[in-house]
Design a protein around this ligand. Structure first.
Ligand SMILES: [Zn+2]
Ligand SMILES: [Zn+2]
Length: 257
């Protein structure tokens, strides 16, 4: 029996709702792929601690038309993040345009990438988390309606929303644990803005809504930034992220014992 209800994106009533993934289904397959060794389970962050789970987070949110609309950008991102052969195309194709003095971070040129699709994907995952009761930590507040209208195609890109993408490597430049990790959406405040972020198969998406105190996202924003670069860095130099990955690795090791 189909689940009937109102589509959260287009508002269609009595629609046969799809069991939509918050983070796309392919991501779960990739981190379990045979060719790669990685975290067998995605992570949630709960009370600032990483918690692993084998559960794929889904909810009845969208009519089939809207599910397809969202699926198109999901597909593009699936071609840019971790592949079954272990490569991360987004990180490998573009040219390096800047390297930090300590050589821990570099900026990749994004002119060969579909930036609209990357932005739309990032915003849609955060919005899916917002409308689903399965991810209670995400609340878009008064911005939810302008974001919904953009994702449904009714309006243009919402000007208060900025999107940045980062990716992580080991100090030798090779892939990192982050490639084999899913972290469900989280949020923190940044001045008058709220920053939402998640990690899927090596790509760390940050969506800032409002006027941020830390303006670095405005420079790198894939929609309106001057530079529109993707930051690639050693995850060992990225404090918050490192803590998360180390906590998760320890949790996984403890489970195996
Ligand atoms: Zn719909
Ligand atoms: Zn922007």
């Amino acid at each position: 029996m189909p689940v009937l209800g109102q589509c959260k994106l287009c508002g269609l009533d009595q629609a046969a709702l799809q069991d939509s993934h918050i983070v796309p289904k392919w991501a779960y397959k990739r981190i379990r792929g045979k060719a790669i060794k990685g975290n067998p389970h995605p992570m949630h962050v709960k009370d600032k601690r990483a918690v692993t789970t084998s559960m794929q987070v889904t909810d009845f949110l969208l009519c089939s038309n809207c599910e397809q609309r969202i699926g198109r950008v999901d597909h593009y991102v699936s071609t840019q993040c971790l592949q079954t052969n272990g490569t991360v195309p987004l990180r490998e194709a573009p040219q390096v345009i800047w390297v930090s003095d300590d050589r821990n971070f570099a900026l990749l040129d994004t002119s060969s990438l579909e930036l609209d699709a990357l932005c739309r994907f990032a915003i849609s995952v955060i919005w899916r988390a917002h409308v689903s009761a399965m991810v209670p930590q995400i609340d878009l507040g008064t911005n939810a309606e302008s974001i919904r209208a953009y994702l449904s195609g009714e309006t243009d890109y919402p000007s208060s929303v900025h999107v940045a993408v980062q990716t992580y490597v080991e100090p030798d430049g090779h892939g990192s644990l982050a490639d084999h990790t899913i972290i469900l959406p989280e949020s923190h405040s940044n001045g008058d803005a709220t920053a939402y972020w998640f990690l899927v198969c090596g790509l760390h998406f940050e969506v800032s809504v409002g006027i941020p105190a830390d303006e670095s996202i405005l420079e790198l924003c894939l929609h309106c930034g001057q530079t529109k670069g993707v930051l690639v860095g050693s995850w060992r130099e990225s404090g918050a992220f490192q803590n998360l990955v180390v906590t998760a690795s320890e949790a996984l090791q403890a489970r195996r014992r």
